[in-house]
Design a protein around this ligand. Structure first.
Ligand SMILES: Cc1cc2nc3c(=O)[nH]c(=O)nc-3n(C[C@H](O)[C@H](O)[C@H](O)COP(=O)(O)OP(=O)(O)OC[C@H]3O[C@@H](n4cnc5c(N)ncnc54)[C@H](O)[C@@H]3O)c2cc1C
Length: 481
């Protein structure tokens, strides 16, 4: 029977494992090596009070064509009682304020949102012919509006300060450091699923793993085995020897043990591959694969939760976004913090986001500094509207500095278009000098159209499981499946 090692117990790795077992692969022949002390990868649901918070994925983005939605819905795990958009910014109940407390009026905000929306609508038709970055598209269209006098409620510099906020918000969507890194035409490769974009799970996204791993216990040599028995936590893989002795398969080296397999499915993030593919694989991966790793984009997006003893805001208040006056910018991470908004099901928390190089700098700063700076910004932006009270704690994600992720999610960079590279290049199996497929690749960044999401990760896990089953059938492993 063919032996398989799966590197990574995130959404793609565990989807692949469950599909393989469903298709008859003996679970005893699968070993899942996970670097962290937990499963889930970039899904990280953390209990908080009587509810939970998500430090990684939170939303099921749409339902048509989203493979996660039916899994969650069939299990009765979709939360149907709330439909309001939890704000990453554009919700109507979220205000905008300069960090010195000056507020943007509702009339100004409406005008800005209307103009920005018209640029978004045009972009769907025009980006196909746009060979520059997404940022250059938005800046040039916005400039046209400024020049033709579309803004009647604010001056040019206020409009540009609001555009800077829209840029930060777009970075959360794209996962890129800067919208000038995102390809304009490439961004059309991302296909949205129709339906509510911010559907949430009743008991948190990590319930996905219970669903994936349920129904697949199998017997091997009379022993009842489940997939969870096949997962080795705290097992970072340091080296994959995939072609040194072609007939003997692949060696996978962890610090305390070397594993042997016929095939390896790699599901580490693109960030991990960018950071150390040249050290992880020996021999080096083929040139085409290395080019894909280099050229596809992978950025940093972090969440910041502030905890308060009790809410000092009212139920009508959705939050406040921060606008940075360039003449008062500090050049530090706090210039790029989006603002704070309320969190569904968590009455004492407010959430913010920070992206790109600011997010990386933020990760190097102490919790005390983060708490103090965020609180100062929030207090000033709220002004005298409420009797503000200091937060008691900060809870935050650190996706970049964790060596098992090295960032948050992938995007279609300008460079990937220039070098004519796409996610399916990253997905292509690697074949040894004997002609056997040895290395398979899954993970969100290997999906041509739904990259950056959990549903992409799940689909790519299933895709590679099917590919592995076909490969096993076509080779001399056939009789053993
Ligand atoms: C802040 C944030 C918010 C997000 N929000 C959403 C959202 O709302 N909706 C959505 O659909 N998606 C969202 N995403 C994206 C989504 O979380 C990911 O696309 C998805 O979880 C990726 O799954 P994966 O299996 O491809 O990779 P991962 O989850 O990264 O799994 C790979 C696994 O490999 C392990 N690993 C890495 N290196 C090694 C090694 N050397 N040896 C052994 N194991 C290793 C890692 O520890 C990890 O567990 C968000 C992500 C972030 C960071």
């Amino acid at each position: 029977m063919a032996k398989l090692i799966i590197i990574g117990a995130g959404a793609s790795g565990l989807s692949a494992a469950s599909r393989l077992v469903e298709k008859g692969f003996d679970p005893a022949k699968i070993t899942i090596l996970e670097a962290e002390n937990r499963i889930g990868g970039r899904i990280l649901t953390v209990p908080h009070g009587s509810s939970l918070i998500e430090l990684g994925a939170q939303w099921v983005h749409g339902h048509e064509g989203n493979v996660v939605h039916p899994l969650a819905a069939a299990a009765g795990e979709i939360r149907t009682d709330i439909h309001t958009l939890e704000s990453t910014g554009y919700a109507d109940d979220v205000e905008m304020a300069y960090r010195d407390g000056r507020k943007i009026t509702p009339v100004q905000l409406n005008e800005f949102k209307k103009i920005l929306q018209s640029i978004y609508d045009d972009s769907k038709k025009e980006l196909a012919q746009w060979d520059k970055s997404l940022g250059e598209y938005f800046e040039s269209k916005f400039g046209e509006h400024l020049n033709r006098g579309s803004f009647t409620t604010m001056n040019r510099s206020t409009a540009l300060d609001l555009l800077d906020w829209a840029h930060r918000s777009q970075n959360i969507e794209d996962g890129s450091d800067n919208w000038n890194d995102t390809s304009g035409v490439g961004s059309l490769e991302y296909h949205e699923c129709e339906g509510d974009y911010t559907t949430v799970w009743k008991r948190g996204y990590s319930v996905l793993f219970d669903i994936l791993m349920k129904n697949v216990p199998k017997t091997s040599n009379g022993l009842k085995l489940s997939l969870s028995d096949r997962i080795q936590l705290n097992s970072p893989v340091n080296l994959i020897r995939w072609n040194s002795a072609p007939s003997s398969g692949v060696q996978v080296v962890c610090s305390d043990k070397t594993y042997y397999a016929d095939m390896v499915l790699i599901t580490c993030s693109l960030g991990v591959l960018k950071d150390r593919a040249d050290k992880l694989f020996t021999p080096l991966l083929p040139e085409k694969k290395r080019r894909a790793i280099e050229a596809l984009g992978f950025g940093t997006v972090n969440k910041i939760f502030l905890e308060f003893r009790k809410p000092w805001w009212t139920s009508e208040w959705g939050g406040v976004n921060f606008i940075t006056d360039p003449s008062k910018a500090t050049g530090e991470w706090e210039d790029r913090v989006l603002g704070f908004s309320t969190v569904r099901g968590q009455p004492n928390l407010l959430i913010s986001w920070v992206t790109g190089s600011a997010a990386r700098q933020f990760e190097t700063r102490s919790e005390d500094e983060v708490l103090m700076k965020c609180s100062t910004m929030l207090r000033t932006a709220v002004g005298t509207d409420f009797a503000y009270e200091e937060p008691t704690r900060v809870i935050r994600s650190l996706w970049q500095s964790n060596p098992h992720f090295c960032g948050s999610y992938s995007f279609r960079s300008k460079k990937s278009i220039e070098l004519d590279v796409c996610p399916s290049d990253l997905a292509e199996p690697v074949i040894d000098s004997n002609g056997s497929a040895r290395l398979f690749f899954a993970g969100e960044a290997t999906h041509d159209h739904r990259y950056s999401t959990v549903h992409a990760a799940v689909e790519t896990g299933w895709r590679e499981a099917d590919r592995i089953v076909e490969h096993v059938k076509e080779t001399n492993f056939t009789a053993k499946l």
